[in-house]
Write a new protein. Structure first.
Length: 313
């Protein structure tokens, strides 16, 4: 990998250490519009590396450090004030997170901050709203934004850029795949238990968002995008995710019976091991909120981080 040249004026960068993937995005703002110059994503599976006692394994930590070492090649010469790096649920949970972060910050070359679930939710919403409004959405109506990550799910209700209610729950595609589909066998009973467990954790959502206009629901990040990719590849028109389409996807997994037999157009190899957990959580969110249709949006956590640079400009 070549070493990047020192950044030109105005270039800023955000690094997102997620439970499934690490991401680096950089670019600059021109008249409130962000112009991307680089985007990198690596499937690190840090969330797979928490052992039964809540410690990150040496192997998981090394995967993370190796990725951040590669990212660092593109950040040479950056002023620390122009780089934001944050970590989410896996490092909120990890009992040895300080051991990981000490080396991680050193190899990246910049401090890494572990953010709370509530702060993560707010950043996701701001990043999503920028993309939603750019697509011509009516910014004066209520909307729900959800993000199903590797080990947490964020659900945010807002109007325009104003957050009315934000919540983060320790349920995600990686943790639910490990906990409910440990042998990668897909049965109706396993899905029912996984969905029920997720709904129990999400049960506090209903009183807070029950009055929202459910026609304005948006999904950010990995699980929603993975489901949309599969639906597109299998001939479903439009980008909307509905309960009926999730039922169809569930039937495909049940018919396959196990991961080794799953041949589903549009499903990337890196998403296959966590699709069962992600689908069960998504179905639980649909049921908990009575969602009729979910629209994917391109904005998310790292975009919310990048927007903070523009506010300070």
């Amino acid at each position: 990998m070549g070493v990047s040249q020192p950044p030109s004026d105005g270039i800023v960068a955000a690094v997102d250490l997620g439970s499934n993937s690490f991401r680096l995005e950089m670019g600059q703002f021109q008249r409130d519009r962000f112009l991307r110059t680089l985007y990198l994503k690596e499937t690190v599976r840090l969330g797979n590396g928490l052992d039964a006692n809540g410690y990150l394994t040496p192997e998981a930590m090394q995967r993370g450090w190796n990725c951040l070492t590669r990212f660092s090649q593109h950040l040479k010469g950056f002023d620390p004030a122009r780089v934001k790096a944050v970590a989410t649920q896996t490092l909120r949970e990890a009992r040895n997170r300080d051991d990981f972060l000490h080396t991680a910050s050193r190899v990246l070359g910049f401090p890494i901050r572990v953010i709370s679930g509530e702060e993560e939710a707010h950043l996701i919403y701001q990043g999503a709203v920028q993309a939603i409004d750019a697509d011509g959405s009516d910014g004066n109506t209520n909307r729900i934004v959800l993000d199903i990550g590797g080990r947490s799910t964020e659900v945010i209700l807002g109007v325009g850029t104003h957050v009315l209610h934000a919540a983060s729950f320790p349920v995600g595609s990686v943790s639910w795949s490990i906990g409910h589909f440990p042998d990668q066998v897909f049965t109706a009973e396993a899905f029912a238990k996984a969905e029920q467990a997720a709904r129990c954790l999400l049960s506090t959502l209903t009183p807070n968002v029950a009055t929202a206009q459910r026609g304005q629901c948006y999904g950010s990040a990995g699980t929603v995008n993975a489901v949309v990719d599969v639906l597109r590849a299998n001939g479903f028109s439009g980008d909307g995710v509905t309960s009926q389409r999730l039922d169809w996807l569930l039937q495909q997994l049940l018919q396959a019976g196990c991961l080794n037999q799953l041949q589903l157009p549009g499903l990337r190899d890196d998403r296959k091991p966590i699709i069962a957990g992600g689908l069960s959580v998504l179905r639980a969110v649909f049921a908990a909120l009575g969602i009729e249709q979910l629209t994917p949006c391109s904005g998310g956590l790292r975009h919310g981080l990048l927007l903070e640079f523009n506010k300070k400009a």
